[in-house]
Design a protein around this ligand. Sequence first.
Ligand SMILES: [Zn+2]
Length: 729
Amino acid sequence: MRFFSRTILLSFVAGLLLTFALSAQLKQDAAPAAPILGFSPVHATAEHQLETAFQSIPSPEKAREWHHTLTAEPHPAASARNNELADFIAAEWRKQGWEDVVLRRYDVLHSRPRSVSLEMTSPTAFTASLREDSYDADPDTKNPAVSGSYFGYSASGDVTAEVVYAHSGNPEDYDLLRENGISVRGKIVLVRYSNPYSYRGFKALTAEREGAAALLIYSDPAEDGFTRGKVFPDGPWGPESHIQRGAITYDYIVPGDPTTPGWSSVPGAKHIAPEEARSLPKIPALPLSWRDAKPLLENMNGQEVPKDWQGALPITYRLTGAVRAHVIVDMDISMQPYTVVEARIRGSELPDEWVLLGNHRDAWAFGGVDPSSGTASMMELTRSLGELKQRGIRPRRTIVVCSWDGEEYALTGSTEWGEQFADDLKKKLVAYLNVDESVAGADTTAGPEGLSFTPAAVASLAPMLVEASKDVRAPSGKSLYDAWRATGMRDSKGGVRPLDSELVETRIGSGSDHTVFLNHLGRPVINLGFAGDYGVYHSMYDDHYWMSRIGDPRFEYHVALTRIWGLVALRLANADILPLDFGFNGAALETFLHELEQKNKLKSQLNLKKLHARVAEFEKAGNLLREASVRGLQAGAASPEKFQLLNAQLMQVESNWLDPAGIPGRPWFQHLLYSSRYTYAHLEFPGLTEAVEKQDWKLAAQQAALLEIALEKNTKLLRSARSSLEKKQ
Ligand SMILES: [Zn+2]
């Protein structure tokens, strides 16, 4: 079986190369090809040839066309246009040769605005526009289908009260207000995005806990406006009227449909009452442009703010005083269908091992960056893999692709799909490769090094991602690997070129569709994307004009992303031994543990000596297994059955990080190594870290013990995997 499909593959690729007259490539093939993690030498040669064929398919012009189609109209979740795009993607995947194309429907609690308003009632009258200005340069900004200001899942309410400025709306900001004798109870809190960054849903929960009656969040130019550089339509940053919409769902407690926490919203599923949902906010909230926020800020006459609370508007920011406002938020909450589009290319040899690719489809408005850049890259990827399949080349493992819905509301589509197929995914899913925004930055302002490549991955997959980057070309002309190191040096504080081991961000927060697969199902994940100057996030200006004039005018970053995404997928789908590196993983865990101790100045309160020892044993067993795997692949003698058993054990290691009881207070989040904070920031050893931060030493000791048990179990598994690999046949 294996031999057969590889033979076809080799002869096909040879034919293709001849067709394209790449004779230099053929000459090179006489020499042994560069090794690839997880591949025997002969399979590495075939893989390189396959990858050459794959990489010649995606085209910037096609990416531009996809992008133009996808961003033609606003397409938020549950809109007619977003559902049309689901049908469009399904039809294209069928044309491209993908199999089992199916629309999965979920009936979820959805939220959209009926009417919103904001007026200042004293000291002077002012009515906020809650709308964004149009520009002649970009006709899309005149599209009447664009929404005004709202937050997904805001509570409805009608509030008239005094306005208090609370900086970023983080708990320490309210502490400072308290120290100054200011309570926000019953008041309207005005906060800004986001210094330091925190998810707007955390600002909402914090305001609610502080007893505020309503919340306003505005975009200060210090963060994403004129202070940073040229604004739209002349540059990538946000103009005066841009509004950052978004959801304020408490999905860091439990994501997905708020009324089906932990199970899937398939048609007919049981739903809890919205009042019982832990992830729904209880106070009304609205996002504001800085133009709408400025009259509120400049009419305050109370105490001046501390220095770091001052924003970039040319006024003196004050904590409080004299300003009263009237906010009305009237939300329509109703059950709506969301659609996940799913397709696959069935694996030739291991159809029950899946590599999953995904990107969300829904956008707050046109979705130029978020998510349609990712969708355009995905459509070029599916077109390329479909073309290979139509030429007779299948991956060994099954490649599944999904277009998620309602990511913007609560990571909803991916969560419901993940919950629906949880049992299958726990057994079959090799890895999930997520792309949300493929190009979130402006090439026009990035400088000669270009946009930064900013992937994140679980530590076990980091080395294979770095290796794959060496075989992809970046738009700057360098290899993606060299470009990555160069921008890493540019972006670093000290101007130091990062080591290979430092390239991949192995700390993973939430805020995109990888969450269910990693945190709930215990499967390894990678997030891919390019980043740079970008100040129109979730506004109407995040559109085709922005991308085609400012962001990626040549669409080459879209294609570079398609290529690295495809290479990682193909390597995971075709490897003899899954390229999961638990030695590297162990080293990362030791770093995480060390950071936890340093940050919390841990000394005698908690003894983590045993945990350090368990991590060291795991790391050593991982390193030894990696070395044995390399030897086994070099020898080329092992039977496919032997590799299959080994791969099952490697996948089990990832599953063993799950604790079915979940982390304290958040049972849906079951991963012992990875979770996210309420701000969406990354959080390693979540149960242990949160216990340490609360100084609950008894709970911390229990959480450390859970980690020790999981590490011990996995060390044993790695050792037994190695001994069965080394056993003579
Ligand atoms: Zn997104």
